[in-house]
Write a protein that binds this ligand. Structure first.
Ligand SMILES: *Cc1c(COP(=O)(O)O)cnc(C)c1O
Length: 496
């Protein structure tokens, strides 16, 4: 299997090379040039396996240039060794209805760990396989969760350095502490004045600055990405759709072959796109529902075929979904149209006018698989309250957006065949969660908030990674203007 750019520069490379490069040289994203297919027997064969074994089987379909042993080693180092607080890694919790796929049992209590524990392993294996001598500098723009998860995944990994940019006032207090206290000899954490899109477009500009990259290369450094545009970020996420399906059969919620619907809280379109790959491969998926907050650019796109980022940007209580440019949508457009020319055209329009229209035919194809709904902050808070009252389940603010979408779109259907993808531990967004539950939080610091939530949440205690922040020292305090991001990168790259 080869990988090509969504914008069609005719270069075919292996998955290891795609993972090292991150972004194609024409600005496109790497996609597999064929879709691997599986049958129901493959799916049911996963039922008895551990998460690691399931992962090895699914990854093997895409990473055809990695040996079986290489993949097994990567998966063990990523998900083994007690880094996750449950052996199930990504457990499915069956409420009365729906079911909840919990993706936040990793070291940073958010779903980004699912991919960012594995990506560094895939990358360091790729460097060895391809004989790459350069040092790789991972460049990340984060709206909060990616940054910490990437730092945890890459810290002290040989031949790799990592620099993370986050919007100065765009992350929660817990997220700030998680990043500012990051240890490791190869890490740099910097705030940017602006919102997430400023940080992300700043990073994209650095990647596409040919001259800047040439200068770094001459010093033995190549840039790569850990954002969800990297194929090595996306491919680990396909696994948990298969794993959830196997668990749903195991628990008797479904019989093998029955279709289920996933409802996914969406920002950059990475998580839900992984579900699309699973469906295209042959996993029995009925619909993928894209759930957004007030930054509902994707809801509008999925309803009208017009993607228009020319709109007000809102800061919401689900900050990891505060995004106006959902990068991974580009991959979906490629797979639905099979046309790199069309994709390149739309992406050019997006860059120049902030808007493109895919037309009725493409929209109909997309709508055959994707549904969409959105919730404002108030509705999200009510959903958290209602979810706890009716089902004793405390959802975080992102998960609650999906839960609300599930309620809106799936009434009258068979709600027990719906899986909500839960992307963060409620402890991570404790302020909003406690407020939604009707608790008074006045004057409480982060750690009192955690204790308070623990006194209510009988299902799960405070995650170890969050509890330890109390005594951790602040190690990073740099703030830069957007235009100074390249300078920050160059300085860190030169640091021995
Ligand atoms: C990143 C993130 C999302 C959005 O996922 P995408 O892959 O960007 O669509 C949702 N919830 C949480 C908690 C996240 O960290």
């Amino acid at each position: 299997m080869n990988y090509i750019s969504t914008r069609g520069n005719n270069q075919k490379i292996s998955s290891a090379e795609a993972i090292i490069k991150g972004l194609a040289s024409d600005g496109g994203l790497f996609v597999p040039d064929e879709m691997p297919k599986v049958d129901l027997e493959f799916v049911t064969s996963l039922q008895k396996l551990t998460y690691q074994e399931r992962a090895a089987k699914v990854l093997g379909k895409f990473l055809t240039d990695y040996t079986e042993d290489e993949i097994k080693g990567c998966v063990e180092r990523a998900y083994g060794g007690g880094k996750f607080d449950t052996d199930a890694i990504a457990p499915v919790v069956n409420l009365k209805h729906p079911s909840v796929l919990e993706l936040w049992h990793g070291p940073t209590s958010a779903f980004k760990d699912m991919a960012l524990q594995l990506l560094p392993q895939l990358l360091s294996t790729a460097l060895k396989k391809t004989g790459e001598k350069n040092e790789v500098l991972i460049l990340v723009a984060t709206s909060g969760d990616t940054g910490k998860a990437a730092l945890e995944g890459f810290k002290d990994v040989d031949q790799i350095k990592i620099i993370v940019f986050y919007p100065e006032n765009g992350v929660s207090r817990i997220q700030y502490r998680q990043m500012a206290t990051q240890k490791g000899n190869n890490v740099c954490v910097t705030a940017v004045k602006g919102n997430f899109d400023d940080a992300q477009s700043g990073v994209k500009a650095i990647f596409s600055d040919v001259e800047f990259n040439k200068e770094l290369n001459e010093k033995g450094v190549s840039l790569s990405s850990a954002n969800s545009i990297n194929w090595g970020r996306l491919v680990p996420q396909i696994v948990y759709y298969f794993s959830a399906y196997a668990d749903m059969i195991n628990s008797g919620r479904i019989t093998a072959g029955e279709e289920i619907t996933f409802v996914v809280p969406t920002g950059n379109f990475g998580d839900i796109l992984a579900g699309f790959y699973a469906k295209e491969m042959g996993l029995p998926v009925k619909k993928l529902v894209c759930a957004s907050n007030t930054n509902n650019v994707l809801t509008d796109f999925l309803n009208t075929g017009v993607y228009d980022r020319n709109r007000e940007f809102f800061k919401t209580i689900s900050p990891s979904m505060d995004i106006l440019i959902s990068s991974n949508l580009e991959r979906l457009l490629y797979h639905v149209t099979g046309s790199t020319e069309k994709v390149a055209g739309w992406m050019k329009e997006l860059a120049e006018k902030g808007r493109y229209d895919v037309g009725a035919e493409v929209l109909a194809k997309i709508q055959a698989t994707f549904g969409a709904a959105w919730a404002d902050d108030d509705t999200t808070m009510k959903m958290i309250h209602h979810g706890f009252e009716c089902q004793s389940y405390i959802a975080d603010t992102h998960t609650a957006v999906a839960w609300d979408a599930a309620r809106k779109l799936i009434h009258g259907g068979t709600p027990e065949k719906v899986v909500i993808v839960s992307t963060a531990s409620p402890y991570k967004f404790n302020e909003s969660v406690l407020t939604a539950l009707g608790e008074s939080i006045e004057g409480m610091d982060e750690f009192q908030l955690l204790d308070k939530l623990a006194s209510i949440n009988t299902r799960a205690g405070i995650p170890a990674g969050l509890a330890s922040l109390k005594t951790a020292e602040i190690l990073h305090s740099a703030v830069v203007e957007k235009q100074d991001m390249p300078k920050a990168v160059a300085e860190f790259a030169a640091k021995k």
